[in-house]
Write a protein that binds this ligand. Structure first.
Ligand code: EPZ
Length: 415
């Protein structure tokens, strides 16, 4: 299995281009199933999860053309509504195809989704929302069959502002008879990007970014073209890597409004950050100040930045506390940081991080996407060489990470 070999202790310096958002691109690719006309998507990241999603569309009979970050999808010949189990298991966002297939075919057969093991990650809110839209759900031997004569608008309230449940219900309700109210929704920027994509093909949706989304069902869609928003988590990850290596970098092609809490927390560590229109520069402090973090639904501090900050704070000048409120098992990477000399105690959803002078290079293993980003960050700042295995997790969500880091002066190789 391939690994990353990193020679740590080098400052990151220079510019990095941020790619399109993984968590915006995936639901938008799923949404194209609703559109019998052509959909064009630009700024789509070249990452494993996107390739899996496109592969599922091709298996369902769609034609997919990919040219770098531009994808053209023709679903006119779609001839199936069953999602292959092996591909369902590859990633969490495969479940978003269900809402789109219900809208297009009024039927979908699938199994529970896979994805990073950061918690149980049930889909009860997705299924509850479909039921309220008139969908019949039969589950046997792990296979779930959703079907309906037609989709009917409903007034749906989510128990928790789930990103995936919000997206799935938006997709299914976009062609329902009547109006659907979705309350207590997720407010992440990726929800607004999905709304913009859907409205661009003829849907009638308002409210993304607020806590209630209103969907007026429509009966047909038309050709559309859409540019995916920048990846706010990739952006935050490189910012943390710059601070950890006492470097100075410039991020290009970002939306700084989407990373305001990340900017705020990095400023608390002492980093100097200058925000320009769609770029940002950061200068690391000599000493990293300890801080406290609580992950929350957007616009609170993002759970997807928790691992990277915990790794960064392992060399802060004091004790930091990180509380993970979104997923129940998102500290698995901490044991690997401890192998590198970090002093971290995890009690349930809380990590207590006593800063040490530096970490030491070691052989470590990635077990989930953002935990992997934390281990690469640790390898970049550690004394000596690190060998990081399990890199397939990382390459699910970070486009060209080795090349981007090499351009910033890091000594990293894939072997
Ligand atoms: C999306 O996952 C993102 N993935 C995650 O990013 C992100 O961490 C998460 O939202 C929260 O922001 C994609 O967009 C592809 P949720 P999702 O539904 O939709 C519970 C990354 O690293 N829940 O908002 O799966 C769930 O278990 C990934 O890029 C239910 O209980 O997240 C979790 O504890 C990781 N029942 C909480 O809600 C449900 O029906 C938030 O989950 C649905 C969710």
């Amino acid at each position: 299995m391939e690994s990353y070999i990193i020679e740590g202790g080098r400052k990151l310096d220079g510019e990095v281009n941020i790619s399109g958002s993984k968590n915006a691109a995936l639901p938008i690719i799923a949404a194209t199933l609703l559109n019998p006309e052509k959909s064009e998507i630009e700024n789509c990241p070249n990452i494993h999860d996107v390739f899996i999603m496109l592969n599922i569309l091709e298996i369902l009979g769609c034609k997919v053309h990919k040219e770098n970050s531009k994808i053209t999808i023709d679903t006119s010949q779609i001839n199936d509504y069953e999602i292959p189990e092996n591909l369902m298991r590859e990633m969490r966002s495969s479940v978003i195809l269900v809402g789109a297939l219900l809208g297009r075919k009024h039927k979908c057969i699938f199994t529970y989704p896979g994805g990073c093991e950061i918690g149980a990650r049930p889909i009860n809110m997705h299924l509850e929302g479909f039921k309220q839209l008139g969908v019949e759900i039969v589950e046997e031997y792990g296979r779930i069959t959703c079907s309906c004569e037609k989709l009917k608008g409903a007034d749906i309230t989510l128990d928790f502002p789930s990103v995936g449940a919000t997206e799935n219900i938006m997709l299914a309700s976009s062609v329902a008879e009547g109006t659907t109210y979705i309350r207590n929704v997720a407010r992440e920027p990726e929800i607004k990007d999905l709304q913009d994509f859907l409205n661009g093909m003829g849907a009638n949706i308002i409210g993304a970014g607020s806590n209630t989304i209103i969907v007026k069902g429509v009966s047909q869609f038309h050709e559309t073209s859409h540019k995916v928003i920048p990846d706010r988590i990739e952006a935050g990850t490189y910012l943390c890597m710059a601070v950890a290596t006492h470097g100075n970098i410039v991020l290009k092609n970002i939306n700084s409004e989407h990373i305001s809490t990340t900017i705020h927390k990095l400023r608390q560590t002492g980093a100097k950050i200058e925000v320009h229109k769609n770029e940002l520069s950061i200068c690391a402090p000599k000493l990293i100040s300890p801080i406290n973090i609580k992950t929350l639904p957007y616009p609170g501090f993002p759970t997807d930045m928790q691992s990277q900050f915990t790794a960064l704070l392992s060399i802060a000048n004091g004790t930091s506390i990180v509380v993970e409120n979104i997923f129940e098992n998102r500290f698995k990477y901490v044991n690997e940081l401890i192998r590198m000399g970090a002093n971290i105690v995890v009690e349930g959803r809380t990590a207590i991080i006593q800063g040490v002078d530096t970490l030491k290079g070691a052989m470590v293993e990635i077990k989930d996407l953002r935990g992997g980003a934390a281990l690469v960050l640790a390898g970049l700042m550690a004394d000596g060489e690190s060998k990081i295995s399990g890199i397939h997790y990382l390459e699910r969500g970070y486009e060209n990470i080795v090349e981007k880091l090499q351009l910033l002066g890091a000594k990293i190789e894939k072997k």
